[in-house]
Design a binder for this molecule. Structure first.
Ligand code: HEC
Ligand code: HEC
Length: 464
């Protein structure tokens, strides 16, 4: 053997013995697997609620309703206008456009408002994917909230904005996702438009249900497997939200590489991603960023509310001195300490759910990740040019965002974060993507085809 090969072989043996332990697992794997074990991670978020199949009759009815502009007050908006599966279960916009779109069937960045209308939805549309796994609350501010953690065994009903805080909404329905589905249809900016402007919320819901009675009876009979029931019995606002909720709760996309890795496949994710995972989960004293402090467990959220001082772009909720602030859960609980707090979102499929943050201020995953690592620096150097929508109000952004930062910011600079750590972290976040959410074919069961029966010709077939 040539002397060079001997040296090479020797170096290789040294390299392998340093990076691989006796049982053939690399040092990174060893540390990561130990950590995952300590944190009880399995890759499968828990729910006691059965996951509906998308081809079940009720989820199929729910899908039709989710895509139907018949539920938009002025018949120009559907749930899917802001939550399309091909847009990560969102709309790809920082701030959504609901009612009064110039071309209602155009979604994504090409969606525009009619002349004379302004952006009126103050928050970013979260993904509907995996919403079945939220046990405590829905919405950025948690205003649809389980009275107890939503396990089937101790389900105690749901509090919603329709009733005083901490009290049960008798019409809240069976689960958080159903309870949530009753609200976009009564929101002027989202779906209602100028429909029955003076009517109470329940009157509007009933009127919309009545609207469906003309053409939707066969679809409801099929959906609820009640072939003999009448329109009055079946087409109720409660049944509408139940069906829509069933469809949304079937959107479970958790088959990601990280889960495969946790199941034992060392090759499921790259070495870079493994280092990123260590950085994500480890404490700062161990050289990590401890993202897991809030993004904990297999669903990557503690479901609690934190002040992370996200850049407050847009018109906010009309709060504070500037009248353009958004107090988040502070306005739901009326506790001073909750001001500027927003719910920790899941990070599953986060790669495809941008723009990120409660007002969609960051249009890159790297941007939001840097904010989580260097909050004050990110606010100071926030680049407005990243916004892809025109006409987003930015006059008060710095003032509002700094007000939040000064009011109990719960993030701090992670001093030991290097550029390499950030790259690794981004690689790790991408391992939380279920490949299905990037595949038109795989998502097709969640998107009605043009050949499907369309009860009143109001089905939204999206153009992007
Ligand atoms: C105009 C855009 C728009 C339309 C139309 C719309 N939504 Fe949303 N959706 C949003 C926004 C914005 C939020 C967050 C609002 C907040 O937190 O205050 C949201 C929140 C949600 C959430 C909560 C997700 C979470 O993680 O907490 C679900 C579920 C949801 N919408 C489902 C629906 C359903 C069902 C419909 C139809 C009945 C619908 N949406 C119609 C924009 C829209
Ligand atoms: C103190 C709790 C906390 C810590 C620590 C934390 N986050 Fe977050 N994270 C949040 C909250 C709360 C939000 C939503 C903020 C908002 O919308 O205003 C969020 C949002 C995000 C988002 C955007 C998700 C979306 O759908 O918009 C990403 C990505 C993210 N965090 C990644 C990380 C990473 C990576 C780390 C570690 C470097 C980290 N976070 C540390 C609480 C935290």
């Amino acid at each position: 053997m040539n002397i060079h090969y001997k040296v090479l072989a020797f170096l290789l043996i040294i390299y392998i013995s340093f990076s691989v332990s006796a049982d053939g697992i690399s040092k990174t794997d060893q540390r990561l697997r130990k950590l995952a074990q300590q944190l009880n991670l399995t890759g499968t978020p828990k729910t006691d609620s059965p996951i509906p199949a998308i081809d079940s009759p009720l989820a199929q009815l729910g899908m039709k309703l989710f895509y139907s502009k018949a539920l938009g007050g002025e018949k120009d908006t559907a749930c899917v206008s802001c939550h399309h599966p091909l847009l990560g279960g969102g709309d790809n916009l920082s701030l959504p456009i609901g009612a009064h779109a110039l071309k209602p069937d155009v979604l994504g960045l090409k969606r525009k408002l009619k002349k004379g209308f302004q952006l009126a939805v103050p928050r970013n549309a979260p993904s509907t994917f995996n919403s079945i796994f939220y046990k405590k609350s829905l919405f950025h501010d948690g205003r649809v909230q389980a009275m107890a953690d939503q396990h089937f065994n101790n389900f105690e009903g749901i509090n919603t904005p329709d009733v005083p805080s901490k009290t049960l909404d008798p019409l809240g329905g069976e689960n958080l996702v159903q309870a949530q589905a009753r609200f976009p249809i009564i929101s002027e900016a989202e779906m209602r438009g100028n429909f029955m402007p003076d009517a109470g919320t329940q009157t509007v819901r009933r009127a919309l249900a009545n609207r469906l009675k003309k053409n939707w009876l066969p679809a409801f009979r099929k959906g609820f497997s009640e072939p003999g029931a009448s329109a009055d019995e079946l087409i109720t606002e409660q049944n509408i939200s139940a069906a829509i909720g069933e469809y949304e709760r079937s959107q479970v996309f958790i088959n990601n590489p990280w889960r495969k890795y946790l199941a034992g496949d060392n090759n499921a994710i790259s070495e870079q991603a493994k280092k990123g995972a260590l950085f994500f989960f480890q404490k700062e004293s161990e050289g990590g960023a401890n993202c897991n402090r809030c993004h904990s467990g297999d669903f990557f959220t503690d479901e609690l509310f934190h002040n992370t001082a996200m850049p407050q772009i847009g018109m906010g909720k009309g709060e504070g001195k500037t009248k353009t602030e958004d107090f988040g859960c502070g306005s739901v609980t009326n506790n001073k300490g909750d001001k500027y707090r927003f719910r920790t979102p899941t990070l599953l499929n986060v790669e495809v759910t941008g723009p990120w943050g409660h007002a969609g201020a960051y249009t890159t995953l790297e941007g939001i990740t840097r904010h989580m690592l260097f909050p004050l620096e990110s606010i100071r150097h926030y680049n407005k040019k990243q916004l892809k929508q025109k006409h987003i109000k930015l006059d008060d952004m710095q003032v509002n965002t700094l007000a939040a930062a000064k009011s109990g910011l719960e993030l701090h600079t992670i001093k030991n974060a290097s550029e390499k750590d950030i790259k690794n972290l981004l690689e790790f976040l991408k391992t939380l993507t279920d490949p299905c959410v990037k595949s038109k074919k795989c998502l097709s069961p969640w998107i009605p085809s043009k050949n499907d029966n369309d009860p009143d010709g109001l089905m939204l077939h999206a153009r992007f």
